[in-house]
Design a protein around this ligand. Structure first.
Ligand code: 26W
Length: 831
């Protein structure tokens, strides 16, 4: 379809669906009509893809989250319709931004994991691989965040108000998923047949969201499963039904696709989470099996045509569920079913934090998924028998590798055992998986473990969100990088070209002014675009150490108060972050950031040089606005804790300079740009481990209590493990902690001071804020001094952009396709 046809169709849709003309229609109706036509085009494309896929292996990417971001502009751009569509709107006196503003950012994801899944769909489509995403069609996404008075308030994210327009219900693909009840096994001639008594059946219907390829004919579906009520037919069975029980169950199971990550602190919440996970995997596998059988004689070759990818442990029940379907519904014996299952499945671990190594209580699984429990037990019986034979004198090791322990089923062990390949998401993270988290499995089966470093959709994170930089790059090296991201390396020599650097500096200044205007419009205060924009944007978590950043800002504040005449380049610190609703410490840190911002903003003596802006409701759209305006990218996690990070890549791609630890993909960014173009500080992963093992005592970094400040000699030096702690550092940190205790903007933060000093649950701050402070402060100060030399700064920025191509998700996806999924792009002949 050409662009004119497209615009004409939108016009026809406006008339047919709403009885409106393009010049009188409201933006919402134009938005709905445009999305409706885009959806029809993409549905048609994807149907032809389904046909092509019959003869080729495809990947199914299972993930509890897909943080796709707004789609109107990105889809129009990918489909080559954007420019003409804007002109067409303008001719009718309409404006693209007003139409685009009708789209809410769909918050159907938490953070890194969900955004990665969305970037991967973009690249799979751009590279024309046969693929589909699978997730749930949540009625509510992750909460919308408000922060009145610095307290996080969580409002429901009703993304479907504008998001529903993108969805195509695929009624014909509806399947049934069973929960609860009792399972009866009947054995006849060595074969088992399974009957369910009193199980509750939930219908799952996919609502498809399509992702177009970049300037090609691809349209990949993300199938979002939604609960639909089962039709009740009058039959003798129905008349015997216990209706009260039925309504109770219906109320519970109708919530399966209600909300992303419901609170699971209580039993009911845990049960709901398990049901969500099983609902996703059961519906998905049934869908894949029936698609396979529609064009193949049997499931013997299922794994030759299907690569099924488990993202984090959330969809790990795909392993026993595929076994169940193969054995109970399709008559396979155990060994054959197991061979098919392991050959089809692969698993990515996305974090080493304990919350992702999910464990489900045995009683909960037995009550909810009785047949799955019997399969898990059998997998485990065979696993532990095999391990005991191979490791005869290592009962402890075998117990640690078992799928069951302490009354829990361990999903991470299950995911490792039931997959042919396990990968981490950066070099250092994959190494930690091999050496620590899954070391016992890796020593038995080293070839199972590999690495694929994460990547980002550079077409969204550069071409779409930073049009000025994209224009400069295109003028300089052409537009080849849009399809071949490593072409950006041709920009490298321009780091030494003053004209290029000045043009870069100019456009950064404009991006900063635009962002300041946006902040002023939405939040009331206008940041100074001539100050350094120093950015930390990510989920709020102790290991990401927003607290360390806050401590340093307090340090700068004190120093400005004590020495107002100092030469201090104005600096604005931006934070944006959501805290998990039940995460008390994260909410306290958020409150500290907010209070500190307010206190500084009211201090006339410093506010022109130092400010802290907390931007509420961090989401993809806000990231797209702030990243092109960032000068400094803070990636300061405790080494060993951040699996990869992808914000670090997005900021680098836009020319921000990283201030970070040797963690996650920072390690590879350092490798790419060299140590003169990235600023690394702090303990490395091995040192962190050693220090925590030896016992970390944060009080070493503080003045001894009970001693007046000036009683000790100025030059006193205290040893803190391998560190040398001088008295000036102790004074700085003690006065920062005193300030927390005295209160900031009327709020007392003694709890945070105590956490840093003595910790809670009797363990001192495991994220080592005080320990890394001195090196952080030194490195940040050095980086800041460089900002005063724009020639040097924009040379570094240029090198960062030039070397960011290797972090495009196009590169990651090619690796997954070649090394793990063994899939090929669709042949050009399909068109
Ligand atoms: C509530 C349960 C839960 C637990 C873990 C929900 C979501 C998770 C995710 C696995 C956490 C996550 O998003 N991890 C991030 O994944 C990114 C993509 O691989 C990495 O870049 C980040 O480093 C990692 O924190």
């Amino acid at each position: 379809m050409n662009d004119l046809d497209f615009c004409r169709k939108v016009e026809q849709c406006l008339t047919a669906d709403f009885g409106l003309e393009r010049d009188t229609a409201r933006p919402r109706q134009i938005y709905l009509a445009t999305v409706s036509i885009l959806r029809q085009i993409l549905l048609n494309r994807s149907l032809s893809l389904e046909k092509a896929e019959e003869t080729q292996k495809k990947v199914s990417y299972l993930c509890m989250e897909f943080l796709v971001g707004k789609m109107l502009e990105s889809h129009l751009r990918a489909m080559g319709l954007y420019e003409d569509y804007c002109v067409w709107l303008a001719e009718a006196g309409q404006n693209f931004d007003a139409v685009a503003a009708e789209e809410q950012d769909p918050g159907i994801g938490n953070g890194g994991l969900g955004r990665l899944a969305a970037c991967f769909m973009d690249s799979l489509a751009a590279l024309d691989y046969p693929a589909a995403g699978y997730s749930l069609c949540y009625e509510e996404g992750l909460f919308c965040q408000k922060v009145p008075g610095g307290e996080q308030v969580e409002l429901p994210d009703t993304w479907l108000y504008s998001g529903e327009a993108w969805l195509t219900p695929r009624d014909e693909k509806t399947v049934a998923v069973r929960f609860g009840g009792k399972v009866k096994e009947t054995w006849r001639q060595g074969k088992v047949s399974i009957h369910y008594e009193g199980a509750y059946t939930v219908l799952a219907r996919p609502y498809d969201l399509f992702i177009p390829g970049y300037h090609n004919d691809a349209a990949l579906p993300i199938h979002l499963w939604r609960v639909v009520p089962e039709p009740i037919r009058f039959s003798p069975d129905e008349s015997r039904r216990d209706w009260d029980e039925h309504w109770r169950e219906q109320e519970f199971y109708s919530k399966i696709s209600g909300q992303l990550y419901p609170d699971d602190t209580q039993y009911e919440g845990k049960k709901l989470r398990v049901c969500q996970q099983y609902f996703l995997v059961s519906a998905t596998l049934q869908n894949l099996i029936s698609a396979h059988l529609s064009c193949h004689a049997s499931l013997d070759d299922f794994a030759e045509y299907n690569a099924i990818h488990i993202n984090d442990t959330h969809p790990a029940l795909a392993i026993p569920e595929l076994m169940r379907l193969l054995m109970d519904e399709h008559g396979y014996d155990w060994d054959h079913a197991w061979t098919i299952t392991v050959a089809a499945l692969s698993y990515t671990n996305h974090t080493v934090m304990p919350e992702a190594l999910e464990c489900w209580p045995r009683n909960l699984l037995s009550e909810t998924l009785p047949r799955i429990v019997s399969i898990l037990e059998e997998i485990n019986r065979r696993l532990t028998a095999d391990l005991s034979a191979r490791l005869p004198r290592e009962a402890k090791k075998v117990a640690a590798m078992s799928l069951e322990g302490d009354g829990m089923f361990r999903m991470a062990n299950l995911a490792v055992v039931g997959s042919h390949t396990v990968n981490g998401v950066s070099q250092i993270h994959s190494q930690i998986l091999r050496e620590r988290v899954f070391s016992d499995f890796a020593s038995l089966n080293p070839e199972k473990f590999t690495n694929v470093t994460n990547g980002i959709a550079h077409r969204r994170w550069l071409c779409q969100s930073n049009p000025r930089l994209t224009a400069l790059i295109t003028e300089t090296i052409g537009d080849g990088f849009i399809s071949n991201p490593t072409d950006l390396e041709r920009l490298y020599p321009y780091a030494d070209n003053p004209d290029f650097r000045h043009a870069f500096a100019d456009l950064r200044r404009k991006n900063k002014a635009d962002f300041s205007d946006y902040v002023a419009g939405v939040y009331g205060r206008r940041p100074d675009p001539d100050s350094i924009f120093d950015v930390q944007i990510k989920r709020l978590h102790e290991y990401k150490r927003q607290l360390l950043n806050a401590l340093r800002i307090l340090g700068l504040y004190h120093s400005l108060k004590e020495n107002p005449e100092q030469n201090f380049y104005p600096q604005t610190f931006f934070f944006a972050a959501k805290a998990a609703p039940g995460y008390r410490m994260a909410k306290r840190i958020l409150k500290l950031l907010w209070c500190l911002g307010e206190e500084i903003a009211r201090d006339k003596a410093v506010r022109d040089r130092l400010s802290l802006v907390f931007l509420p409701d961090y989401n993809v759209s806000l990231a797209q606005r702030i990243i092109p305006a960032a000068d400094i990218s803070q990636q300061i996690s405790t080494a060993g804790k951040e699996a990869s990070g992808t914000g670090n890549m997005k900021l680098m791609l836009n020319g921000a300079i990283t201030l970070g630890t040797l963690d996650g993909a920072n390690v590879e960014i350092l490798e790419a740009v060299g140590k003169d173009n990235i600023f690394i500080f702090g303990k490395n992963e091995k040192e962190v481990e050693a220090l925590l093992r030896a016992g970390y005592d944060p009080r070493r970094y503080l003045l001894p209590t009970g001693r007046p400040k000036d009683a000790a000699a100025d030059t006193a030096v205290v040893s803190a493990g391998a560190d040398v702690v001088d008295r000036a550092l102790q004074e700085t940190l003690s006065s920062i902690l005193d300030h927390l205790e005295k209160g900031i903007y009327g709020e007392n933060f003694s709890d945070l001071a105590a956490y840093l000093k003595i910790g809670y649950h009797s363990a001192p701050d495991p994220y080592l804020c005080l320990c890394d402070y001195a090196d952080y402060d030194r490195t940040a100060a050095h980086l800041k001094r460089l900002y005063a030399d724009p020639e040097r700064w924009f040379a570094m920025a240029t090198r960062n952009v030039a070397m960011a191509g290797r972090f495009s998700s196009d590169i990651s996806i090619r690796r997954y396709a070649e090394r793990i999924w063994k899939i090929q792009p669709l042949p050009a002949s399909r068109k």
